[in-house]
Design a protein around this ligand. Structure first.
Ligand SMILES: NC(=O)C1=CN([C@@H]2O[C@H](COP(=O)(O)OP(=O)(O)OC[C@H]3O[C@@H](n4cnc5c(N)ncnc54)[C@H](OP(=O)(O)O)[C@@H]3O)[C@@H](O)[C@H]2O)C=CC1
Ligand SMILES: O=C(CO)[C@H](O)[C@H](O)COP(=O)(O)O
Length: 457
């Protein structure tokens, strides 16, 4: 089997090595000749160079491929994807060829491109997760669509992807560009879990006075059991690192956090679809807050530094709180995928989606089995719910900031305790005559239910 790959950067180079190691013949291209040379040198040192052809232009790539062609793109998301597609059309791709965009593209662009290129070639979408290591040794692959070319490449992707208990972490999760939507939400969950871990570290370090190394040891201990996850393990490792002068590595790093956009898109889509994912939104805004200090608005609203209060937290309760909060971040992401799938008629299979996240990806975690058990399972976690409430209260009392922890506690509390929505409904109708819906399902106005002599002015 022969495939082509355009874009040989961090992801492309490593996926290329993975592809040829699994037995595929690869024709590869990058605008930067050094990227091709670097890939060739890695392939040579692995004894796999005979399966690799680096080409210097897309025309040569198209000529070398047997028809129908299968071409993967791993170039930066955005206009560049269209530029490569147009160049490939000029280079001679045809209707039966499949081009799979494997970057972190916006799913809306994917839908538009499917239409735009429908008579030129099959445009397909696939989100990939796992960073450089994942791409090299087995990433999670969230593909979508039912284009003709998929059956040619699918058996190979099943081998190239990570596997969990013998099952591949490649799946066509649903119709249209839903693979990119699923990858986008994967990243939204990734932001929330990263921030939740950072807040737990913050609570232990600045709330209880532990050193980064001591926090690393706690995370490491959690990782030995049911809480084992990739993000917790890398956080433990990072926190254990010290300079030769025994200064914690994290103390050398600035606090401003960047982002490429997938977390923001997750929040935007959730808001547009009316699906509540407060922990995921809070994580995006937590990154924004790290960057506000230098903005004009922030300079005009500077607040004096405040003292924080030392707290004492029970480590077992913290672990239970962390576990439930983590589950709830995944649940919010899955609810968003489910809602979007219904709205767009994508028929996304949530079980297949979870299967792609079992290994290879950044949000892989041993407790994903628990998430598959659904919200009923979360309802049974009474001890964990009590710990989440208690720990969040303590954390807030310290005076430190816990955007994801507190949003997650608010999320579960909102869904499991009496609502106050009735008063907000009444307020809207009081001033704007927007109408109210009663418990019996009737739509009316406040004045249909009670006599209001004179409204407050
Ligand atoms: N890095 C990661 O952990 C992950 C990244 N992704 C996504 O994968 C995609 C690729 O990411 P990544 O590998 O990190 O990006 P890189 O910037 O490392 O690599 C992109 C490569 O594409 C090359 N390129 C640019 N324009 C063209 C073109 N017109 N034709 C051919 N090659 C071109 C670039 O060359 P030059 O440098 O000269 O511009 C570069 O070598 C992105 O969409 C990213 O969001 C997905 C999951 C994880
Ligand atoms: O897709 C990824 C991992 O799954 C990329 O690493 C992504 O770039 C991370 O997002 P950001 O740069 O916005 O933090």
């Amino acid at each position: 089997m022969q495939v082509a790959l355009v874009g040989l950067g961090v992801m492309g180079k490593n996926l290329a090595l993975n592809l040829i190691e699994k037995g595929l013949t690869l024709v590869a291209y990058d605008t930067n000749p050094d990227a091709g040379a670097e890939l060739l040198s890695c392939a040579q040192s692995l004894g796999l160079a005979e399966r690799l052809h680096i080409v210097s232009d897309l025309g040569d790539m198209v000529r070398r491929l047997e028809s129908p062609r299968s071409i993967l793109l791993l170039v930066p998301a955005g206009e560049l994807v269209d530029r490569v597609c147009v160049d490939l059309i000029e280079a001679g791709v045809s209707k039966e060829d499949i081009i799979v965009d494997c970057g972190n593209s916006n799913y809306k662009d994917g839908i538009a491109r499917k239409l735009k290129y429908q008579n030129k070639f099959e445009f397909a979408t696939m989100g990939i997760s796992g960073g450089a290591e994942g791409a090299r040794h087995g990433p999670a692959m969230m593909a979508s669509g039912s284009e003709g070319g998929w059956e040619r490449v699918e058996p190979w992707f099943e081998k190239v992807a990570a596997s969990y208990n013998g099952d591949s972490c490649f799946a066509r999760v649903g119709q249209s560009a839903s693979g990119h939507f699923v990858k986008m939400v994967h990243n939204g969950i990734e932001y929330a879990l990263m921030q939740l871990i950072a807040e737990t570290y913050q609570l232990l370090r600045h709330g209880t006075g532990r050193s980064p190394k001591e926090v690393a040891a706690i995370f490491e201990q959690w990782s030995q059991g049911t809480l084992n996850s990739y993000l917790l393990s890398i956080s433990s490792h990072i926190l254990s690192l010290e300079t030769t002068g025994t200064e914690p590595l994290v103390d050398l790093i600035d606090n401003k956090v960047g982002a490429k956009g997938t977390g923001l898109w997750t929040a935007q889509n959730a808001l547009e679809l009316g699906i509540a994912v407060p922990s995921l939104v809070a994580a995006v805004q937590a990154r924004h807050l790290t960057n506000t200090i230098d903005t004009h608005a922030a300079k005009e609203m500077t607040y004096a530094s405040k003292d924080t209060v030392a707290i004492d937290v029970d480590l077992d309760e913290l672990k239970e709180a962390f576990y439930l909060a983590s589950l709830l971040c995944y649940r919010q992401g899955l609810a968003l995928i489910k809602g979007a799938s219904r709205a767009h008629q994508w028929k996304v299979d949530l079980a297949k989606t979870l299967q792609t996240w079992r290994a290879g990806c950044i949000i892989r975690a041993d407790y994903l089995d628990d998430i598959a058990q659904g919200v009923e399972f979360i309802d049974t976690l009474e001890k964990e719910a009590s710990s989440l409430r208690k720990v969040t209260g303590l954390a807030i009392a310290s005076g430190l900031a816990f955007p994801v922890l507190s949003s997650t506690q608010t999320y579960i509390a909102t869904l499991s305790t009496p609502s106050n929505g009735h008063l907000v409904q009444a307020q809207r109708d009081y001033f704007g005559e927007h109408g109210i819906k009663t418990h019996s399902g009737e739509t009316c106005h406040l004045t249909d239910l009670v006599e209001i002599d004179a409204k407050v002015r």
